[in-house]
Design a protein around this ligand. Sequence first.
Ligand code: UDP
Ligand code: MG
Length: 299
Amino acid sequence: MISVIIPSYNEEENIFEAAQAVSAVLADREYELIFVDDGSTDGTWQKITEASADPHIRGLRFSRNFGKEPAIRAGLEAASGDAAVVMDCDLQHPPKVIPEMIEKWENGAKVVEGKKSARGSKGSSYSVFAAAFNSVMTRATGFDMSGASDFILLDREAVKAVLSYGESGSFFRALAQYVGFESEAVYYDVAERERGSGKWTFFKLLSYALKNIASFTSAPLLLGLASGAVVIVAAVVLFILKWCGADLGPFGAGVLALMLVGGLILISLGIIGYYLSRIYDEVKRRPKYIISADTKERK
Ligand code: UDP
Ligand code: MG
């Protein structure tokens, strides 16, 4: 059996279309379709309960908005398929690629990653941001994350491995590679979102990016060390200038050096503080999500 997992947040316009499109490509197989309603405030849950009249479809509802990562996790935990496919609700991950993913899985791949061959036009600042984020993540994880997305098929074994990473700030698309296993890729064009709007605000994206970078690398902590080196070099330069007779004013050199040192110390402290806050979040061991309803319980 194939499980398809769709995290959905305020997607009332897309539930039926997504259900239909997925059912169409999987009609000749055994499958289940799990919608995880990530605390939507519109009619998403209503649509999901209606759609779940189809015995293939199951809906899980979060008690509030926990985020896409917890929604993916909840779906993977609920899935009972031999393979699980995670995809977006807005059909930007084209369901017609799923049979291709399944074929690669049947030929032995444990992880089949959907890679973006073109990015839907999203505005240049978004693509610059995405490219920068992907290149940092590529360095941090040691896997090629350019064009990576959350459109991924996982074999049951890989699902188990991904779920065994118990951290609350996990990053699904990187973990799917990180667990190892034989991996293949299929390429797809990102379609435009047809209905509804993107669910990310700038700050949500920024915090998502920082969280995921911090969850895979502690290299920024070395910035403290690097900034120390910069300060020493700057101090030496100032000293040489002064020694050569340059006039930096009565306090010029001192003020400059103080500002430099102060700024760099504050940056380093900020980075340490950020990692500390991530550690604090992890040690609290809070549940990653809370389910308030499950359509299966009513069947
Ligand atoms: N999503 C979610 N929780 C959130 C934000 C988004 O479950 O807090 C879901 C959303 O419903 C969609 C997917 O994540 O199925 C991708 O969201 P979106 O299309 O807004 O993002 P993008 O296409 O820009 O990655
Ligand atoms: Mg989208």
